[in-house]
Write a protein that binds this ligand. Sequence first.
Ligand code: GRF
Length: 215
Amino acid sequence: MNIGILISGRGSNLEAILKAKNAGKIKSNIRVVLSNNPNAQGLKIAKNYGIKTFYIDPNSFESRESFDQKLIEILQNHSIDLVVLAGYMRILSDRFIEEFEGKLINIHPSLLPAFQGLKPQKRALEYGAKYSGCTVHFVTKELDSGPIIIQAVVPILPDDTEETLSKKILKYEHRIYPQVIKWIEDGRIKQNGRKVIVKNARYGTLPTNPALEDF
Ligand code: GRF
């Protein structure tokens, strides 16, 4: 499988995936990393791992559609079969989502459908929620609303701050995202409408459901 990763910033999820690849835990080729931000730290990380990177400047395109068309072109030129959003902070056009539907995944730092959109960790805290976590899901046209593949839960403690909560959640992000890629490359993910089942996975577990596997 050929993977393309879209980023806008820090790139810690990208790095977790690259580490999993280097450790032989996932087999796919990480062919390209695309960023809409020239200063994304993730671009440096990708280069350090020898991955081809592209910065595409949104200001040099007339519309979201033409910008996304450029992304599609690059991804297709690299025969990408799975597009991984890893902190990609731009809304994708319907056209892009249609092109890669079923082959496009995202990670979000909340227990969806709670706290969709921006700053979910801060909003979970302010809301007084007692649990939060992270979710990997297929991307559909409605923001942060696609079929859920896996979630990890973390408790929110009285003295948690946005920073401490984000850190706890991030630790699980770095584990569940490579796991999902592994499941996809092994052909274990079956989707029936909104319901996603990972074949032969262990369900009913905490803190992630389904359970992470040794791989
Ligand atoms: C992560 O919290 C991810 O869940 C969200 O954006 C953040 C990206 O962080 N979509 P990083 O760039 O992977 O470090």
